[in-house]
Ligand binder design. Structure first.
Ligand SMILES: [Zn+2]
Length: 661
């Protein structure tokens, strides 16, 4: 073993002094796939360069066996992709102008193309095959393919989510179908990218030879790639039943303790039963601390423990393939930690004092219950003794007993249903060197302050139907909604309901919502126009409740230490008219608009920004009529509110859906 390049973390270990045989693949040509120059795209070529550079500068690369990237063969692509898909990706580089490439890319969900895309995609897929084949043959113990474009979102017939070919699925299918001679007949795919591996899931959904495990942010189906494929109820079909395991986080900020709890209580016991003879990791590092898209906080050490726990299986035959990860520093240090583990065969021994979120235990319990028919090892409730023991440590090391109640308050209602588990779990503390831990334990003092201020919340969409609006206060769902609301922390009913018309334009845009499914949702044009007349139903609620509705409308968790729209903002908005809520990145209703006063109480609504309106006009985001259930909810709201007859209400919605902006 060379000592010069050793990282600090490996010094405390002894493994007999021998590095394991670890393959590494990197090829600069995979950097030729890039977004148009004017676009500052997170899936950028430097992602793989920074990993490669750090592995070299830290001395780890020279302890590995460097493999040559190779192109993928068409017949191997065809194991998981359609002919049409393959010819599309192959045609991108040849004879297309940049503008034509952009037009083609625009047809897909989160895809860009450049002249180098065809080659980069081919090398990414071919390189994962190369790594997997060498490990399967026993020429290597393990390997890390530092590839891009990533693959796990790519579906059978379409590229999506920055992914062109599904690299991991192709390599998996290649070993299982084309190289039966190598004896690999059970592959565990661990997808720890922060996003659900929708493409990979579908490709092996009925295949019992593949155990697909994905832990990802789900946020009630609103987190990319959105929809319900990432739900824990998606467990596989036919012979593959039970061979698809999703662990869906309901919020961000999950870190080492949350992931390791999932490993110990779901993945590892099932892996032991499944007994794979190869593990392929869809190794995205976008759940790492500091990632701009993921919002989770796994540390490099967390990744090394997650990887280490997998090394007891398949004789340590592990192939890692890069997927996402958009903070250059985080992905490089996380990748280095993983290569270090692959070389040494074990992770550094670091004591962690972190504990999972209470909601993590609930997700784990749900997944275990759902899968216990297929995996009896997951049967029975979580060993409470173990949990309580963990809690006692949490209490002992907690510096304030007052935290207990505050964290319990911060747990959404749906999560508080199993009181006897949650009460003790609410003592858990998070111990990470980010503000995340503080956020989870901070007393949300803004709530009491903002519960004393009243506002009129003026609604123009489905909230015009009172029972639907009450879901945002009390929790629950009404007919037509695809998912329930968690409700506000303060579930007191509105102090008043009145109707008014305002000179703003109502319109419908976007493609689908998590709540109503396909179809546009209602927006109010932020600037007023005397030619327009829109009916709004006003609810008198507290500023605290208004914040909770705003959080829910923007698919955010209520566990926040700061209000999105505070009393200072309420002061400002009365002169500025509108207030953009900067915290709601990517939220659709991030613009709070002041509509004047009713009595001496300000009237507020929430809608899109003016720049979003420009995007709807230019066609960047689609204008779309509402789906039937959603439209009916608006219509019945107007009728029950005695504003319009059913015929008039239908015509009103119809006009708003069809009149050009
Ligand atoms: Zn991702």
């Amino acid at each position: 073993m060379e000592s010069n390049g050793e990282t600090e973390s490996s010094l405390s270990r002894s493994n007999g002094g021998e590095d394991r045989r670890v393959g590494l693949i990197f090829d600069e040509r995979m950097c030729n796939h890039s977004a148009p120059a004017e676009e500052d795209h997170p899936e950028c070529p430097d992602r793989i360069r920074v990993i490669w550079n750090l592995l070299n500068s830290s001395g780890l690369a020279k302890r590995c066996i460097i493999l040559k990237a190779r192109d993928v063969e068409d017949n191997h692509l065809a194991l998981v992709h359609t002919k049409k898909h393959i010819s599309l990706i192959k045609s991108i580089s040849s004879g297309n102008s940049d503008s034509k490439r952009s037009r083609i890319a625009a047809k897909f969900n989160s895809i860009y193309f450049s002249e180098g895309s065809t080659e980069a995609a081919s090398l990414a897929a071919g390189s994962v095959i190369e790594a997997a084949e060498k490990v399967a043959k026993g020429e290597l113990d393990s390997a890390f393919a530092i590839v891009r474009p990533p693959g796990h979102h790519a579906e059978e017939g379409e590229p999506m989510g920055f992914c062109l070919y599904n690299n991991v699925a192709i390599a998996t299918s290649y070993l299982l179908n084309e190289r039966r001679d190598l004896g690999i007949n059970k592959i565990l795919i661990v997808d720890w990218d922060v996003h659900h591996g929708n493409g990979t899931q579908k490709m092996f959904y009925k295949d019992p030879r593949v155990l697909f495990f994905s832990v990802h942010r789900y946020d009630s189906g609103t987190f990319y790639p959105s929809g319900h494929d990432g739900s824990y109820i998606m467990t596989g079909e036919e012979p593959g039943a039970g061979h698809n395991i999703n662990v869906p986080w309901e919020h961000g900020r999950c870190g080492d303790a949350d992931y390791l709890a999932v490993w110990d209580n779901i993945l590892i016991p099932v892996a032991r039963e499944f007994n794979p003879n190869m593990i392929i990791i869809s190794a995205g590092f976008d759940a790492a601390i500091g990632d701009p898209l993921g919002g989770c906080c796994i540390s490099p050490h967390g990744y090394s423990i997650m990887l280490d726990k997998l090394m007891e299986f398949a004789g340590g035959k592990i192939v890692m393939a890069l997927e996402g990860g958009y903070n250059l520093n985080s992905i490089a240090t996380s990748a280095r930690a993983c290569v270090d583990v692959l070389l040494l065969g074990k992770a550094p021994n670091v004591v962690s004092e972190a504990y999972p979120f209470a909601s993590t235990w609930l997700v784990i319990q749900e997944v275990r219950r759902e899968l216990s028919t297929y995996w009896p090892v997951l049967g029975g409730e979580l060993p409470e003794k173990m949990i309580r023991k963990t809690i006692q440590i949490g209490i002992l090391s907690s510096d304030s007993e007052d935290e207990t109640e505050d964290i319990a308050l911060a747990v959404p209602e749906e999560v508080r249903t199993i009181e006897d588990v949650i009460q003790p779990l609410s003592n858990l503390k998070i111990d990470l060197d980010s503000q995340v831990g503080q956020e989870a334990t901070m007393k949300p003092s803004w709530r009491s302050e903002h519960s004393k201020v009243d506002v009129w919340y003026a609604t123009y969409g489905s909230n015009m139907k009172v029972p639907r609006f009450r879901c945002y206060i009390e929790g629950g769902q009404i007919e037509g909604m695809m998912r329930p609301c968690v409700g506000s922390m303060d579930k007191s009913e509105p102090k008043g309901i009145i109707w008014k018309t305002f000179p703003h334009r109502l319109f419908f845009a976007r493609e689908r919502t998590a709540t109503w499914g396909p179809g546009g949702v209602a927006f109010l044009r932020p600037n007023s126009n005397v030619q327009e007349k829109t009916y709004l139903c006003l609810y008198k609620i507290t500023l605290e409740q208004f914040n909770d509705v705003l959080l829910q409308e923007n698919c955010l968790n209520l566990e926040t230490s700061h209000p999105l729209f505070d009393s200072a903002a309420l002061q400002t908005i009365q002169t500025e008219k509108s207030f953009s809520v900067e915290l709601v990145q990517g939220g659709w209703y991030h613009n709070v608009v002041y509509l004047g006063n009713e009595g001496d109480i300000p009237v507020l609504t929430m809608t899109c920004s003016l720049s979003n309106v420009d995007d709807f006009i230019s066609g960047k985001f689609p204008i779309n009529p509402p789906c039937k259930e959603y439209a009916n909810t608006l219509i019945t709201g107007l009728v029950e509110g005695k504003q319009l007859s059913e015929v008039e209400a239908s015509a009103y919605i119809q006009e708003a859906s069809s009149k050009p902006l």
